[in-house]
Design a protein around this ligand. Structure first.
Ligand code: AKG
Length: 213
């Protein structure tokens, strides 16, 4: 398999690529997503550290154990090679599923100064998104400050920086998953921290505080 760079944007080190996953591997990840016990996706409040559901993020998520799935171990290894950062710094791979109307409103992946989340592994330096299927229409990943729209296509993906040289939130990394207008969207995502990340024993998805923004 050959990794192909499709485009690059220097402001946030955005690399749009193809070939990190084969189409068979995309299908295998979707199958893992389908058989796993998916939960509504949540966002984390930077100040209180609470994870909560919000209408701004409509998708379901699973974070299957890499020990159970050799493919996930292999993807973590490939991302280590591609990013140049040790896989110890990776958060668990998540498989996200958006149905029609599903979206993730504009947000940052990096945490603000003072967030309790910074205590485990520091900030999220990089995000890797792997697109697992072709979306009939919509579901683009949009970066308004750099005027980039990425159309999800099976086997392609993006990597981008979330932080500046001081490891603080990079303004231009603001991004959104636009609503899926037709069809469905499957992605896998991995956040890469500054330092080794310890996966909390209790699954955060199970700790959802049910409150609205
Ligand atoms: O679904 C997308 O295209 C964006 C996902 C995203 O922004 C994220 O998981 O942080």
């Amino acid at each position: 398999m050959e990794l192909k760079i499709l485009s690059v944007n220097d402001t946030i080190g955005l690399v749009h690529f193809n070939g990190l996953l084969s189409l068979d591997e995309c299908a295998e990840l979707i199958a893992i997503g389908r058989v796993s016990d998916a939960k509504p996706s949540v966002v984390v409040d930077g100040a209180s550290d609470a994870a909560y559901e919000t209408s701004g993020r409509c998708s379901t998520v699973v974070a299957p154990s890499a020990d159970m799935y050799p493919l996930i171990l292999e993807i973590r290894r490939r991302i280590e090679l591609f990013s140049g950062i040790s896989q110890e710094n990776q958060e668990p791979l998540q498989i996200l599923h958006y149905t029609r109307g599903g979206k993730y409103d504009i947000h940052y992946d990096a945490f603000s100064d003072g967030s309790p989340q910074l205590k485990n592994g520091g900030n999220r330096l990089l995000t890797v998104l792997l697109y697992l299927n072709d979306v009939e229409y919509g579901g683009w990943t949009q970066f308004p400050h750099i005027m980039a729209n990425i159309v999800p296509n099976a086997g392609s993906g993006i990597l981008f920086r979330n932080t500046d040289a001081q490891n603080r939130q990079l303004r231009e990394s603001l991004h959104a998953g636009l609503p899926v207008t037709n069809g469905e969207k499957w992605i896998a995502s991995i956040w890469i921290r500054e330092n080794p990340y310890i996966t909390p024993s209790a699954d955060r998805v199970g700790q959802v505080v049910r409150r609205k923004l």
